[in-house]
Design a protein. Structure first.
Length: 277
């Protein structure tokens, strides 16, 4: 199979990816709406699961061997792949929720971070909110770069550049990166969140990527906890994870996992998304 056929989708295939992206976005909103002190991560998982199945889709996370949940819920020093369960959220927690849906054989994948308020620790809340804001900004910087990029490596350079310009002391996870998405949740190519020497594949219509910066306030070194999934920082500093699935097509780019196609997030970068025809 040629490189072009392996990573570039046809216009019809891009259209088929719109609905799973919207279902993924709706599932994350269902979880987001419940986030509050005292709510368990398992309750967030149940809300996302009900939304996905109610829309006639499947949780693609549950299709990963050995994983039986709909979302990943990572709290504080947990950066990604946290397993939902009976952990109750507390004031001041920084929480990253990741989810995906498969609909009619096509996939969506997205993530967001929320910081719970804590009036007794405003400085902690402000620090963690800054982390989330910079991480989200780096995601949109990467997506905006995709609109004009010639090669995939430009996305990672834009993500890292945004972080360095705003909080140069932050760490970017190196062992975990974004990916292509389509018939499978994880496809080629890898999407780095930092500069690499290889320019990478050509950016052209049909490319669909899950761009997902994972950023920490301290050192980027991590370890996998005893559950075999949860990725946490070695130094105990908090992390943030933001992600969207984005399609490149003949008319421009479209964020499949944002109901507005990414219009609000891309506006500060002067980029207007174009719906997939």
């Amino acid at each position: 199979m040629s490189l072009r056929r392996s990573i570039y989708k046809t216009p019809a295939q891009l259209r088929a990816m719109v609905e799973p992206g919207l279902i993924t976005a709706a599932a994350l909103e269902a979880a987001r709406g419940l986030i509050a002190p005292g709510v368990t991560t398992g309750e967030l998982d149940a809300a996302a699961s009900a939304l996905i199945t109610g829309r006639g889709a499947k949780s693609n996370f549950q299709m990963v061997r050995g994983y039986r949940h709909t979302i990943c819920a990572s709290v504080n020093e947990q950066v990604v792949h946290g397993i939902p369960g009976d952990r109750a959220l507390e004031p001041g927690d920084i929480v990253s929720i990741d989810a995906g849906a498969e609909y009619k054989g096509w996939n969506g994948d997205s993530a967001f971070t929320v910081v719970l308020d804590d009036p007794t620790r405003p400085e902690i809340v402000a620090e963690r909110q800054r982390l989330s804001d910079v991480t989200e900004g780096s995601l949109w910087a990467g997506i905006a770069a995709l609109a004009t990029a010639k090669h995939l490596g430009e996305i990672g350079a834009a993500v890292q550049g945004h972080i360095e310009a705003n909080e140069p002391g932050y760490g970017i996870l190196r062992e975990y990166v974004g990916h292509g998405i389509g018939r499978k949740m994880h496809e080629s190519p890898s999407v780095f969140n930092y500069r690499v020497s290889d320019p990478g594949p050509e950016v052209r219509p049909g490319l669909v990527l899950a761009i997902e910066p994972m950023v920490v306030t301290g050192d980027q070194a991590t370890f996998v906890e005893d559950d075999g999934w949860t990725v946490s920082t070695l130094d105990g500093t908090p992390g943030s994870h933001w992600e969207h699935s984005v399609a490149v097509h003949d008319g421009g780019i479209w964020v499949l996992t944002a109901p507005d196609g990414g219009a609000a997030g891309l506006a500060p970068f002067g980029v207007t998304p174009a719906p997939i025809a």
